[in-house]
Design a protein around this ligand. Sequence first.
Ligand SMILES: [Fe+2]
Ligand SMILES: [Fe+2]
Length: 399
Amino acid sequence: MHTPATTGLNSAPHLPPVVASEPNSTIAVLEDEIDQLASALAARFEELTLIHDLSQSLTLGEESSSIVETLLDELRPCTSASSLAILLEPDDTSNGEASMHVVGETVEMDWLNELAIRAEEISEEVSGGSRSISIVNRLAIDYDKFVRIVVVPIDRRNQLLGRMIAIRTADQPEFGTTEGDLMRSTSMMLGVHLINQRQFLELQQMFEGTIQSLVSALDAKDAYTCGHSTRVSELTVELAKRLDYGDEGISRVRMGGILHDIGKIGVDDAVLCKPGKLTEEEFDQIKQHPVLGYEILKGIRQFSHILPAVRHHHESWDGTGYPDGLAGDDIPRDAQIMAVADAFDAMTSDRPYRSGMCLEKVISIFQSGRGSQWAADVVDTLLGMPEVMERYAHKESDK
Ligand SMILES: [Fe+2]
Ligand SMILES: [Fe+2]
């Protein structure tokens, strides 16, 4: 840095006068910039926090409406809107009807939709075509009244799924890009989620439809066991609930029960529907069905958890069952439970060669097979629910 040379006491250097306001104004500008950066940073931080919180609540399989409501509840305080709404376009899951979710002051759906479209038109004229965020701070709603409005489309791959709309009354501050950006980020997230959710529901419906087709094919093959799969499924669930199964286990045995005899599709009709006693050879054919069922389902990953019950529901506690002759606790628990439900339904159902047994006889067979043919605690559980036995003995679920 250059230092001016001194020329003696009498010739003090003529330094330029200090202008007090210049550094101060620079500082003021810097302080102003820092304030702006700090508030922009705070807004971004708020946006990221909100997106993080929302991402935690986006669960596939949950109703879209509850996710939309959670999102609105979280977003409204950040936008200070008097009304914050999401209008969803009709889709396959809504019976062709549009829907609206709103937090804050209630508004009419048609009124809000009309405002949103007008705001988008005005915004398009002003911005020359961009419709990602429409902010109109004086949108007339009456001859002397106006509202402030932000409209953000909820879209995904050029498909409009709905709109997110924030409204402030005229006495509230104007909307700015902070609110618009926040709504845009959340609406993009919601758009992705709604599309994923729809695809998830479609796959789920297809999966359930496939299961139902398999069961219908089996029911059509053997009229006498029609409804058996559904009843075994329901009764297994009743037993599992009392044997402290959790939600996951219950849904597993529900599906396992539905498909436990699916292997009978591969058994000869003449054998499957034969009235009267089966020969040893014919019975050997019937005994193939747990393995056939296992083979049919094993290639589908979504069925992997029900394979043990499908394969082993004819094992006997003493090891004399089929197909693998497993005994005691080597028999998978789901199969132990299903074996009891299966036997109960078989005994109480009519067959071509006999009528269903009365409940007293069924109970006495279970008592004598407790701990030899079936797991003792499962039999005890069945015998401990007389109302359920009464109901299923009379085939209520078949009506
Ligand atoms: Fe079976
Ligand atoms: Fe069965």
